[in-house]
Design a protein around this ligand. Structure first.
Ligand code: MEV
Length: 311
């Protein structure tokens, strides 16, 4: 056992395929290295947590952090580890569709294995992260766990081995935080409910989203940013019909399009959280980011696709 344990993970962005990925359709996601989370462990007489959201005994964490408590207890039992102080530092905005709940689970699991000097396989990591994600989200597809623990973009299909996928397209992606908490648990549940009530129309929307992910994949392979932008616009329309957008997202997405975006859509669970927009060049990307900030976006990031190294 070491004197201290350390683990980290990145945020994630879903380019295409949120929600439909829960139903077996493919999705494209990438680790978003501009946002990171770290977990540090040291021995303690009682289990405590220090974070931006809560500091104090682990037994008294608020309900939305129960995943952290249960994951910690599971890891301590499995690794026969004593009680700890767990300190979390994060630049991943919480509940914004950037995978913060999966990323925290990745960082915590890595920190325990580091502390106990045990080798952690990818399968073990995903086992613990998916355990935590089930508490946080109810019915996760596993895409957040895969994208926040890895180094490369993914073409992800639930239950299948990950396929890495180069986002080699000559364009810029703007990520903008609406500042409104997303509601992944709620929207995933509501889509499931909609599926039960109206299987035909919901199934069609999900199938369409899957086809749009395939079209986006081909546009990236062929380096056709305009076609990718169109697929993003169409995906947002389908997601809005599915009921997972909201007025703030729709307003900021229109703003991005009016300011030159080739396409724009929500990303992640929706009903708040973040949106993404595609721009042909850096100047347009900056203009879009500025316009979104003027319209109330809380934070924006610009990522050049194609030349990013994911190491
Ligand atoms: C959340 O980031 C993505 C969703 O598709 C849920 C999931 O895949 O677990 C909405």
């Amino acid at each position: 056992m070491k004197a201290a344990g350390y683990g980290s993970a990145s945020g994630k962005i879903i380019l295409m395929g949120e929600h439909s990925v829960v139903y077996g359709e493919p999705a494209i996601a990438f680790p978003f290295q501009a946002t990171r989370i770290t977990a540090e462990l040291e021995p303690s007489v009682e289990n405590t947590l220090f974070s931006d959201y809560y500091s104090g005994p682990l037994t008294k964490v608020p309900a939305h952090l129960h995943n952290i408590r249960q994951l910690t207890e599971k890891l301590q039992e499995a690794l026969r580890c004593g009680r700890t102080n767990l300190t979390i530092h994060s630049t991943i905005p919480g509940e914004r569709g950037m995978g913060s709940s999966a990323a925290v689970a990745v960082a915590i699991t890595r920190s325990y294995f580091d502390y106990m000097e045990q080798t952690l396989t990818e399968a073990e990591l995903l086992h613990y992260v998916n355990f935590s994600e089930k508490i946080a989200h109810g019915n996760p597809s596993g895409i957040d766990a895969a994208a926040t623990s890895g180094q490369e973009p993914l073409l992800f299909t639930k239950g299948q081995p990950f396929e890495t996928f180069d986002l080699n397209i000559n364009a810029f992606l703007i990520v903008a935080d609406t500042g409104v908490k997303g509601r992944t648990r709620e929207t995933v549940k509501e889509v499931a409910h909609r599926f039960q009530q109206a299987p035909k129309s919901t199934g069609k929307l999900i199938k369409n989203l899957g086809l749009l992910t395939q079209a986006a994949r081909q546009a990236i392979i062929d380096d056709q940013p305009t076609v990718l932008g169109q697929a993003m616009n169409e995906a947002h329309k389908q997601l809005a019909t599915l009921g997972v957008s909201n007025q703030t997202l729709d307003r900021l997405i229109s703003c991005a399009r009016q300011n030159g975006a080739l396409g724009a859509k929500l990303t992640g669970g929706g009903r708040g959280g973040c949106l993404i927009a595609l721009a042909a060049d850096q100047q347009t990307a900056q203009e879009i980011a500025t316009a979104l900030t003027h319209q109330g976006a809380h934070a924006t990031w610009i990522q050049q696709l194609g030349v990013v190294t994911y190491a």
